[in-house]
Design a protein around this ligand. Structure first.
Ligand SMILES: *[C@@H]1O[C@H](CO)[C@@H](O)[C@H](O)[C@H]1NC(C)=O
Ligand SMILES: *[C@@H]1O[C@H](CO)[C@@H](O)[C@H](O)[C@H]1NC(C)=O
Ligand SMILES: *[C@@H]1O[C@H](CO)[C@@H](O)[C@H](O)[C@H]1NC(C)=O
Ligand SMILES: *[C@@H]1O[C@H](CO)[C@@H](O)[C@H](O)[C@H]1NC(C)=O
Length: 137
């Protein structure tokens, strides 16, 4: 997934580089993408369906200006799913509270992708079923 995103960013950069010379501010800004390190979830994390958790990331190296429109999407088996867990928060905050979806198949190959200027994927973690999610409470 990250390869695809990086490739897209590079193609966008290449496209802007040919259309503007010398290298424009726009092209430099594309190179300034910030991919924060995701702290949680990580390989030791277990989420129970229907429960609330914080997704957290390191903001110590955050640039002064970062674009809006941050979002957290769920990934499974290294593939981005259509499940958006959170959106419209400030990336500089370093955390966002999400609710683990109740309608996913339990597994140990989940990840989250934090979107800001770029897409950043977490380690794979586990989602487990709860009695409540099985019974549909
Ligand atoms: C991994 O995530 C857990 C929460 O799921 C957190 O408590 C722990 O500090 C994280 N580990 C590292 C090394 O950041
Ligand atoms: C998420 O983090 C915030 C700020 O540290 C805290 O107030 C809140 O209780 C946390 N929520 C969960 C579900 O851990
Ligand atoms: C951040 O953005 C503001 C407003 O667009 C601009 O005036 C400022 O120079 C920018 N700072 C940096 C470090 O890019
Ligand atoms: C995700 O959304 C796209 C566009 O709406 C759709 O074509 C695709 O089938 C969806 N994938 C899944 C797994 O639901």
């Amino acid at each position: 997934m990250q390869f695809t995103l990086i490739a897209t960013a590079l193609m966008a950069f290449a496209a802007s580089a040919v259309s503007a010379s010398p290298v424009s501010n726009e092209a430099r800004m594309i190179l300034d993408v910030w991919a924060p390190k995701i702290i949680s979830p990580n390989a030791t994390t277990v989420w129970a369906e229907g429960q609330q958790y914080n997704v957290t990331w390191d903001t110590s190296d955050a640039p002064v200006n970062i674009s809006n429109g941050a979002a957290v999407r769920l990934g499974k088996d290294k593939v981005l799913t259509n499940t958006t867990l959170a959106s419209g928060f400030d990336l500089r905050q370093g955390w966002v509270t999400i609710t683990c979806p109740s309608d996913v198949i339990p597994g140990d190959d989940y990840s989250i992708i934090l979107f800001g200027d770029s897409g950043d994927q977490s380690e794979q973690f586990t989602i487990t079923e709860t009695l409540e999610s099985v019974l549909g409470f």
